[in-house]
Write a protein that binds this ligand. Structure first.
Ligand code: ADP
Ligand code: TRP
Length: 327
């Protein structure tokens, strides 16, 4: 089975990204073949500062490797290093009906708010379909918000196969990442860059402590009994600990006599411990940028090798590229 997923470099990765997505990528990396990529072409629809995009793309690669993505098991690459993707995007665009894209939520939401959307945002799902179809991907781990895009991908694959009367594309299936596992942010709402409530995985120790201290809690005093089930501090503690540890803290919540400050301290310690190996690996990776560049280069080569095969099928199905000599 071939697994593929992409993540946009639109900011530094936070705890929500890790527990909602990256952890799954790593768990699935020992399938027959796994491709993971940093979706910089998609990020162009939101980031307009080249230096910022360069920085986030780099940090994304280092973060993913530090967190356990193993280049011996999975190809890691940057989307824009695979020129077969934009070519396949065009081929797919020619079979994409407008109404299919008009209902896609990123575009629809912007339109509903009266914000003018550009063609990049409108056709974003076609680029995503190319990302997926280019490698005959079987399984695509994504958050629920991306399921619609996988449906579009399947529609386009089917329409292309049907129009050209050949089985060019494999139909991918989404693997929906558990939405009930939504990680809360510092304000108790879903952690997201767009809400400015994130806790980034690799924050320096002091900043991490400060961030955790900023998590909103109710105004109960130290003596009061507290409810662990409704407390975002406790929900975050859960991510890093085993059942016994959770039971122990839950009892302290209910008994009273413990302030939220103490619970936050425990979250800090648990998170530092949980990511301690990744933090060490990150320091080593930062000291060896050539290694990271080489991983991305090898990843792009592996992606292109498979991608060329599928693109050739698509080109020949629609009657282009037959006069070209060599490649
Ligand atoms: P953000 O909302 O910060 O912009 P993205 O939309 O780029 O994050 O998400 C990248 C991946 O991380 C997606 O697969 C998404 O489902 C997952 N993810 C993001 N935030 C959370 C969260 N709070 N809880 C669980 N998963 C999350
Ligand atoms: N659109 C996805 C997101 O915002 C990122 C992405 C781009 C992707 N291409 C993909 C995810 C292909 C899975 C497969 O999260």
């Amino acid at each position: 089975m071939r697994v593929l997923s992409g993540i946009q470099p639109t900011g530094r990765f936070h705890w929500g990204n890790y527990f909602g997505a990256i952890q799954q990528y790593i768990a699935l990396q020992n399938n027959d073949q796994a491709f993971y990529f940093i979706a910089d072409l998609h990020a162009l629809t939101t980031i307009r500062d080249p230096e910022v995009l360069k920085q986030f793309t780099w940090e994304a690669a280092v973060d993913l490797l530090a967190l356990g993505l193993d280049p011996k098991q999975a190809a890691l690459f940057v989307q824009s290093d695979v020129p077969e993707i934009p070519e396949l995007t065009w081929l797919l665009m020619t079979v994409t009906q407008m109404h299919l894209l008009e209902k896609c939520h990123a575009y629809k939401d912007k339109k509903a708010k009266g914000i003018s959307a550009d063609a990049g945002l409108f056709t974003y799902p076609v680029l995503m379909a190319a990302d997926i179809l280019l490698y005959d991907s079987d399984l695509v781990p994504v958050g629920t918000d991306q399921v619609q895009h996988i449906e579009v991908t399947r529609d386009l694959a089917q329409r292309f196969n049907h129009l050209y009367k050949t089985e060019v594309f494999v139909f991918p299936k989404p693997r929906v990442l558990d939405d009930s596992a939504k990680v809360p942010g510092t304000d108790g709402e879903k952690m997201s860059k767009s809400y400015n409530n994130t806790i980034d995985i690799f924050l320096p120790e002091k900043k991490l402590k400060k961030k955790i201290n900023s998590i909103k809690t109710d105004s109960k005093s130290v003596e009061d009994s507290k409810d662990p089930e409704t407390c975002p501090v406790f929900a975050l503690y859960r991510l890093f600990t085993n059942e016994d540890q959770q039971k122990e803290l839950a009892e302290k919540y209910r008994a009273g006599g413990m302030g939220y400050g103490d619970a936050k301290k425990q979250v800090f310690e648990a998170a530092m411990e949980y990511f301690s190996e990744a933090r060490q690996r990150r320091v080593q990776l930062e000291a060896d940028p050539d290694y990271v560049r080489d991983v991305l280069k090898q990843g792009a080569l592996a992606a292109r090798e498979k991608g060329k095969e599928v693109l050739d099928r698509a080109r020949s199905a629609c009657g282009i590229g037959h006069l070209k000599s060599g490649s």
